[in-house]
Ligand binder design. Structure first.
Ligand SMILES: NC(=O)c1ccc[n+]([C@@H]2O[C@H](COP(=O)([O-])OP(=O)(O)OC[C@H]3O[C@@H](n4cnc5c(N)ncnc54)[C@H](O)[C@@H]3O)[C@@H](O)[C@H]2O)c1
Length: 460
């Protein structure tokens, strides 16, 4: 369904919205925008999903792409042309050409969908060039990167939104809604992770992105070009935000609570080598069968929070397994566990009092349906059919609405820093035999007074 301004005004009540103009985005409130002009940095597959959402809106223009690969540019242009007739400006002259995109004065915000090693560098350059930043998910390369991004945002007064789409998954939002209503009592423990067999993503034949071969690096295509190298060089929780994001929001992390320490351990690494050896395009004698992968197949990270809760994250992407982010939310009054793709019935739930101390799980279906988040109730029809079961719609919608209204992002630069920091801290912990690492307070004390902002209304 095209998401035109008319639809938007019909479906969202712009009036009566409590606009809390606080902190960083205050700077923009004086220049509230009707249209947001975007530059896309990195236009591989992930960018297509954002572009599809942006270009269906009349309040967004995509002004330019920066990406050094002609193939990515060509495919992104095909995507773009589905919605608009004109052509965006193209910056494709190598890895640093995004800096020329940043010089343009007709761009308000950039969306960074490049390989992980570029995220912090490009975010910092963008904020220094006066651009608002939306940034895709991963973990930091170094702890210092998190500080550098926070410091740049504070210095330039440029806001950054962590574009963690799983926070908007329908079942996750229903559980958040139940948590806020107090149905789980006081939260005690949360779990999540990235439990997704990525073997067919980490290797391909250089022509087709998924499940087509055992090549990586320059012989491969899309994520296998760069993501796989991280598994060779690093042993840690490489992808923390899908798991930690939803739990962090439910536990008011950085808004009345914070993550204080973590410790990680890693299993041995077997899955990727086995995959290469057994693949029809690989084999025992394929040169990649000799590659040593440093990242353990299962990396678990336990986190302590200031208010006494614990969080357990699992990174599990190198073995055969069905997809599941492994959420668990447990409080004094209730417990939820998911086991699937986020369908309403793919989970177990238990509330001792309502279930008369039965000690038996109930299916989540009725509970999730009855407690559907107001945002999903309102935008569900529009969101369905957009990327990742609809959650991509909401993350892009929030990004644009916050910029237009000059309100705080629901996941801000401090969320970015504390979630991204898990990766380098987990690497250090594993290297030190599971030693506990302190998680810095990137808010410098502001977590004590910052208030929750995530999806408080049915607006964005
Ligand atoms: N939130 C989600 O559900 C989700 C899903 C998939 C990927 N991602 C994330 O999105 C990001 C991109 O992933 P992808 O699947 O699109 O990968 P991809 O490899 O398909 O695309 C990355 C693009 O970045 C380009 N690039 C490389 N160096 C660059 C530079 N210096 N400047 C600009 N562009 C550069 C590459 O040429 C490529 O076109 C990653 O952080 C990934 O983890 C998120």
């Amino acid at each position: 369904m095209p998401f035109s301004r008319r639809n938007f005004i019909k479906t969202s009540t712009l009036t009566g919205v409590a606009l809390t103009l606080t902190n960083q985005l205050k700077a923009f409130s004086s220049s509230k925008k009707d249209k947001v002009r975007i530059g896309m940095i990195g236009v591989g597959f992930r960018s297509h999903e954002h572009m599809g959402n942006f270009l269906q809106r009349e309040d967004v223009e995509i002004i330019a792409f920066a990406d050094p690969q002609q193939r990515s540019i060509d495919e992104a242009l095909k995507e773009y042309k589905k919605y608009r007739k004109n052509e965006p400006a193209i910056y494709k002259n190598g890895n640093e050409d995004y800096k020329n995109l940043l010089k343009r004065e007709d761009i308000d915000a950039v969306v960074i969908c490049s390989p992980w090693e570029w995220h912090s560098i490009q975010a910092i350059d963008a904020m220094n060039a006066g651009k608002i930043v939306g940034i895709e998910v991963c973990g930091a390369m170094k702890l210092q990167d998190c500080w550098d991004v926070v410091n740049t945002s504070e210095k330039t007064k440029m806001p950054l939104m962590m574009m963690e789409n799983v926070c908007y998954r329908r079942d996750v939002m229903a559980i958040m809604h139940m948590v806020k209503k107090g149905m789980f009592g006081e939260l005690i423990h949360g779990q999540g992770g990235y439990e997704h067999d990525l073997r067919g993503v980490l290797f391909n034949d250089g022509k087709t992105a998924y499940n087509s071969g055992v090549e990586f690096g320059k012989n491969a295509y899309s994520e296998a070009q760069w993501r796989t190298q991280h598994y060779i060089d690093r042993n840690g929780e490489l992808y923390p935000t899908h798991g930690v994001g939803p739990v962090a929001i439910m536990m008011d992390i950085n808004r009345g609570n914070r993550m204080t320490k973590l410790s990680s351990i890693a299993s041995k690494a077997r899955g990727l080598t086995k995959y290469i050896k057994e693949h029809k395009n690989g084999g025992e004698n394929h040169s990649n069968a000799k590659v040593k992968f440093k990242c353990g197949d299962i990396v678990t990270t336990q986190i302590q929070c200031a208010n006494g809760e614990t969080i357990l994250l699992t990174h599990d992407t190198s073995l055969q397994r069905p997809y599941n982010l492994g959420f668990r939310v447990q409080g004094t009054e209730g417990i939820w566990q998911d086991y699937g793709w986020g369908e309403n019935n793919q989970g177990f739930i238990y509330f001792e009092k309502q279930m008369k101390h039965s000690h038996r799980w109930d299916s989540t279906e009725k509970w999730i349906t009855e407690n559907d988040h107001p945002l999903w109730k309102k935008y569900g029809l529009i969101a369905e059919g957009t990327g990742h079961g609809g959650m991509d719609f909401f993350v892009d919608h929030a990004f644009i609405e916050c910029i237009k209204r000059g309100t705080d992002f629901p996941m801000d630069v401090y969320d970015f820093a504390s979630w991204y920091a898990i990766t380098p801290l987990s690497e250090k912990s594993i290297a030190e035999g599971g030693q506990v690492q302190n998680i810095p307070d990137f808010t410098r004390g502001k977590w004590k007074t910052k208030k929750p902002v995530f999806a408080l209304t049915d607006d964005y």
